[in-house]
Ligand binder design. Structure first.
Ligand code: DHB
Ligand code: FE
Length: 287
């Protein structure tokens, strides 16, 4: 049977992708960001997953005002990096895992989560920047990501967006689905976005480290408390785009419960301000 071996959480700031793609990763401003991921990258090389369910949001790239699915699962063979206005990022095409994705869709939809099925979409920085942060740039002679990735898109762009409670419950349903998949796969679930940031209006540039640290603490040890945070509190405390943090709750819900009831092990934790207009957060949790 497949199992969830770890969950990984990270911001997905587009400027991080631009820094990598334009050879600026060694500049002091960006080096401080990438240094925070080195331990996680070494950890990933030691125990590489067979597949990743990557919870992200599309930023009006594949979806838009015409079509806004609340939750959408990628059941396709592959997903090209999107052109977000400056050309597609020079990163590999993301290979999907149609069999596992179809199984998750079947299981989760029978558990009353109405996922939209997506067989074709381009994936934006919400998905490709986390892959770059944690895997680096694959070498030219073997230009592919290390494993298949199942995109799981959550609407956090157009209200009404799903509650944290719903996101945590969806993660639990995804774990149940993975654990009932017949093949023995090591699966990781990643949650992306956040942390506090506001890109617009009079409060543009808002960053709230007190909220962000409290969120990481709660997410790790009392996820139900994090899931109970109402949308308006995200907006007040974490800015208009801080709502992206509900995607971390999907990944947290996918963590296997420990037999002794204790919180998962926090293998890595990193927090850094600023990264472009945001507070950047990163966690790795294992059961
Ligand atoms: C920015 C965009 C994002 O989607 C995000 O999550 C953080 C920052 C930005 O444009 O700076
Ligand atoms: Fe975003």
């Amino acid at each position: 049977m497949a199992h969830v071996s770890a969950t990984v959480y990270t911001s997905h700031v587009p400027a991080i992708g631009a820094a990598l793609d334009h050879g600026r990763a060694a500049e002091p401003y960006w080096a401080a960001v990438f240094a925070g991921y080195e331990a996680s990258r070494a950890w990933l090389r030691e125990d590489p997953p067979d597949a990743i369910v990557l919870v992200f949001n599309d930023h009006a790239t594949a979806f838009g005002p015409d079509l806004v699915p609340t939750f959408a699962i990628g059941t396709g063979e592959s997903y090209a990096p999107a052109d977000e206005g400056w050309g597609a990022r020079p990163v590999p095409v993301v290979q999907g895992h149609p069999e596992l994705a179809a199984h998750i869709a079947q299981s989760v939809i029978q558990d009353d989560f109405d996922l939209t099925l997506v067989n074709r979409m381009d994936v934006d920085h919400g998905l490709t920047v986390p892959l770059s942060l944690l895997f680096g740039q694959p070498p030219a002679h073997d230009f592919r990501w290390p494993c298949p990735v199942i995109p799981l898109a959550v609407n956090v762009v157009q209200y009404p967006v799903p509650s944290g409670r719903r996101c945590l419950a969806l993660g639990r349903a995804i774990r149940k689905a993975i654990e009932s998949y017949g093949e023995d796969l090591n699966v990781q679930v990643w949650g992306t976005g956040g942390m506090s940031h506001q890109l617009q209006g009079p409060r543009a540039g808002l960053i709230n480290p007190v909220f962000d640290h409290a969120f990481m603490d709660m997410l790790t040890t009392v996820p139900e408390a994090a899931a109970a945070i109402p949308h308006v509190d995200y907006v007040r405390e974490a800015g208009s785009e801080g709502i992206e943090l509900v995607m971390w709750l999907v990944a947290r819900g996918a963590m296997p419960e420990r037999a002794d009831g204790r919180a998962p092990t926090c293998v890595h934790r990193f927090y850094h301000v600023p990264a472009s207009n945001t507070a950047l957060g990163h966690l790795v949790l294992t059961p």
